[in-house]
Design a protein around this ligand. Structure first.
Ligand code: ATP
Ligand code: MG
Length: 389
């Protein structure tokens, strides 16, 4: 029996004239993401997208898992196909639902007929298939008001489909329709969640990570690539830029007043990330900052960091509590990786008493004690690039 995935489009349907573009982008990302699992035919018609495996040996559990993480999909169903003949449909439904009907208590059948040439009306189809299933599974009751299982029969142009439930999709809008932005990614809990949230709004991601060997270890970098791998299950391919940050941090430590260490370091991060972002056609930066979480995330500190770049900075977690952020990180499977204890460059040389209300003029005065421009240039020239998917 042939199984397919029927995809219901999400917010896409609201986008009017852009709809075609959204749909095309979504189809492309479905194809690209399923490519790893096997060969599929992906086709849009009558407001759904049908994903059909080309060969029989394809792991549909894996395909369903993959589809459940693609943005732009509001809901989907796993269905079996049948020829558009009522007898064939009944038989296919009986066979397909056998396992499920051994545990379900009650059911009803709903039918949708978008192919109006099919000789039976929707109520007639529901009655025929319902009668057949009731006879074949005498232990399962028909209950039209509160059934355990709703069996749906859809008669579409290409074939008839039978399924027993709609699965909620990842929501959001297709990655790539919202432009491209660079996520400043650490090994912590917050930034992978921020990346996920912006990808959900259609943004394609590039990642920038600052590493300070030997103060930060190779394991710390591997942790970041692991995190990005998890994020890429949702966002698709990510190019990661690892920036050498040691020299720059040592210079700040040696030449600037301790209380400005963090803020100057963060200004470096924004300027360097912006430079990399611009070279990669990104139009914005993304960080995992949340207001008031630490000294460098007060309004004053954020104002001083933002001054170091001109691109818009998206901070999707700005109004969220840590608990809410953790909830998402568990959902996207990054939490367990994030809590592994490897030092981030932000935690080396941290001052005991950072400025929580820095004054921009003073920050810049401090920053002028080092050759900011030259250090940025060197760092950008020495980035390492890695593709994550
Ligand atoms: P996270 O959990 O994401 O590490 P955090 O709460 O630890 O965040 P900070 O360490 O102050 O907060 O960092 C704030 C933001 O700065 C991070 O969310 C991330 O976007 C960026 N950032 C911090 N460290 C790095 C790094 N090593 N490389 C790139 N970006 C970083
Ligand atoms: Mg951190």
């Amino acid at each position: 029996m042939k199984e397919v995935i029927l995809i219901k489009l999400g917010e896409i349907v609201l986008k009017g004239l852009n709809r075609k573009n959204f749909e095309d982008t979504l189809i492309k990302s479905i194809k690209r993401r399923l490519h790893k699992i096997g060969a599929f035919k992906v086709k849009a018609s009558q407001s759904i997208i049908t994903v059909a495996p080309v060969f029989d040996d394809i792991d549909m559990d894996e395909a369903v898992e993959c589809v459940s993480k693609i943005f732009g999909i509001a809901a989907f169903s796993r269905a079996c196909t049948a020829e558009k003949d009522i007898e064939k449909i009944k038989e296919a439904a009986g066979e397909y639902l056998e396992e499920q009907f051994s545990v379900t208590g009650s059911f009803k059948v709903e039918a949708k007929r978008s192919d109006k040439k099919f000789p039976l009306t929707s109520p007639e189809i529901a009655r025929e298939v319902g009668g057949y299933l009731a006879e074949r599974f005498p232990d399962v009751r028909v209950d039209v008001h509160n059934p355990d299982t709703v069996v749906t029969v859809e008669i579409r142009d290409g074939a008839a489909y039978i399924h027993s439930g709609v699965i909620r999709g990842a929501g959001g809008i297709p990655v790539g329709t919202g432009g491209k932005a660079a996520i400043l990614i650490s090994g912590g809990i917050d930034s992978p969640v921020a990346a996920y949230m912006m990808a959900k709004r259609g943004i394609e991601l590039t990642a920038v990570h600052f590493a300070s060997p030997p103060y930060t270890s190779e394991r710390a970098e591997e942790k970041v690539t692991e995190l990005l791998k998890r994020v890429s299950a949702y966002s698709g391919r990510i190019t990661m830029y690892t920036v050498p940050f040691t020299k720059l941090q040592e210079q700040i430590r040696d030449k600037c007043h301790e209380e400005y260490f963090t803020i100057i370091m963060r200004r470096f991060m924004m300027t360097i990330a912006e430079e990399i972002a611009r070279k990669n056609d990104c139009q914005a930066l993304i960080t995992g900052e949340s207001l008031g979480q630490v000294a460098s995330q007060t309004i004053g500190a954020i104002a001083c960091t933002d001054d170091a770049c001109t691109m818009p900075v998206f901070r999707p977690l700005i109004g969220m509590d840590k608990e809410e952020i953790i909830e998402i990180s568990r959902k996207i499977d990054t939490f367990e990786i994030s809590i592994q204890p490897y030092e981030d460059c932000c935690t080396v040389f941290t001052p005991k008493h950072p400025r929580t209300r820095p004054v921009l003029k003073n920050v810049i005065e401090e920053q002028n004690k080092i050759d900011f421009g030259q250090l940025v240039k060197e760092a950008v020239e020495n980035v390492r690039i890695m593709e994550i998917s």
